[in-house]
Design a protein around this ligand. Structure first.
Ligand SMILES: NC(=O)C1=CN([C@@H]2O[C@H](COP(=O)(O)OP(=O)(O)OC[C@H]3O[C@@H](n4cnc5c(N)ncnc54)[C@H](OP(=O)(O)O)[C@@H]3O)[C@@H](O)[C@H]2O)C=CC1
Ligand SMILES: Cc1cn([C@H]2C[C@H](O)[C@@H](COP(=O)(O)OP(=O)(O)O[C@H]3O[C@@H](C)C(=O)[C@@H](O)[C@H]3O)O2)c(=O)[nH]c1=O
Ligand SMILES: [Mg+2]
Length: 280
């Protein structure tokens, strides 16, 4: 299996690089997603047997004032990649997000539920999903949430940084989701890629860490794992104003992934200990 991966330096890209040593990785220098047709050309030139897109515009608040660029990178580039893969008749694996949902209710979102993003990043990711489906080739869209790892910036690195200077933090308690280790996402993608190259599986799937928690619950677990004495006070979203609105209910129903690929949701608590050890 010759694998081509877009994104090398991000959380999921780095995890893939650790696990898939025979794969070829294209960083921003080799393929800029702001130039979607160049990404398609890179695929047609490399002629791999499977493509994974781990690159994206992920700055949720910044996307509010930079929506055009977010749309090009998250909305258009994946569609161009998927069209090139369809032309080569190879599977295309793409990562999406819980932020495509509006966050209403408290039921875990099923992969077939209607999307209704509440922020610019979510709109750009929903556009990317639609473009990948419209390309008409063999594809998998893996929606995940609250990704963390020892690489790059994420909620764990933010909390550890804040704990250097603060002994008390207010953290939102009414946004609920599944923190997901980047390494587990990479493992899932590689398993899916292997199956899809053999002609099995495809469509839209969810993959998130269990058990569901709030950002407050996640923060508390981070400080326990790091043995840092920070007092965490739960607050409602309205008391933590941000440029981008965030969905309240981000729970993802991951059953389709188990049915089609035998992949089960990872327990984020075990992975958190490893990540915190690596970071401290
Ligand atoms: N982070 C999260 O909490 C979540 C992420 N996701 C999705 O998972 C996927 C992976 O996210 P994650 O690993 O966390 O992302 P990161 O923010 O850690 O990394 C993003 C990657 O995309 C690359 N990138 C950004 N812009 C461009 C560009 N114009 N051209 C080429 N490469 C670019 C970055 O390269 P460079 O280092 O050069 O900037 C980096 O390698 C994305 O699709 C994201 O939407 C889904 C749910 C949650
Ligand atoms: C730093 C801080 C954040 N928060 C809140 C703000 C927000 O609601 C929540 C998480 O903040 P972040 O900015 O890390 O989260 P955010 O960047 O929105 O994370 C999202 O990233 C994109 C890429 C995704 O796809 C999503 O799945 C999700 O992981 O914590 C506090 O309540 N107190 C604080 O001190
Ligand atoms: Mg962020």
């Amino acid at each position: 299996m010759s694998m081509l991966v877009f994104g090398r330096s991000g959380q999921v890209g780095s995890a893939l690089a650790k696990l898939a040593q025979g794969a070829r990785f294209l960083g921003r220098d080799a393929a800029d997603l702001a130039n979607p047709s160049a990404c398609a050309a890179a695929i047609l030139e490399a002629r791999p047997s499977v493509v994974i897109n781990a690159a994206a515009y992920t700055a949720v608040d910044r996307a509010e004032e930079d929506e055009a660029l977010a749309q090009t990178i998250n909305g258009e580039a994946p569609g161009e990649m998927a069209r090139a893969c369809a032309e080569l008749d190879i599977p295309f694996l793409h990562i999406s997000t819980d932020y495509v949902f509006d966050g209403s209710g408290d039921r875990p979102w099923s992969a077939t539920d209607p999307t209704a993003p509440v922020n610019a990043y979510g709109r750009s990711k929903a556009a990317g999903e639609a473009a990948v489906r419209a390309a008409g080739g063999r594809h998998a869209i893996l929606r995940t949430s609250w990704v963390f790892s020892a690489t790059g910036s994420n909620f764990v690195t933010t909390m550890l940084r804040l704990s250097e200077s603060r002994d008390a933090l207010n953290i939102v308690e009414d946004q609920i989701g599944g923190p997901t280790p980047a390494l587990a996402i990479a493992e899932a993608l590689l398993e899916m890629a292997g199956s899809m190259v053999r002609g099995r599986g495809g469509g839209t799937y969810h993959f998130a860490g269990a058990p569901a928690t709030s950002w407050k619950g996640f923060a508390e677990a981070i400080f326990v794992a790091a043995d840092r004495q920070v007092s965490v006070t739960g607050i409602p979203t309205k008391d933590y104003p941000t440029p981008a609105k965030r969905p309240l209910n981000s729970r993802l129903d991951c059953s389709a992934l188990e049915t089609d690929f035998g992949i089960r949701p990872p327990d984020w608590r075990a992975a958190l200990d490893d990540v915190v050890k690596e970071l401290t």
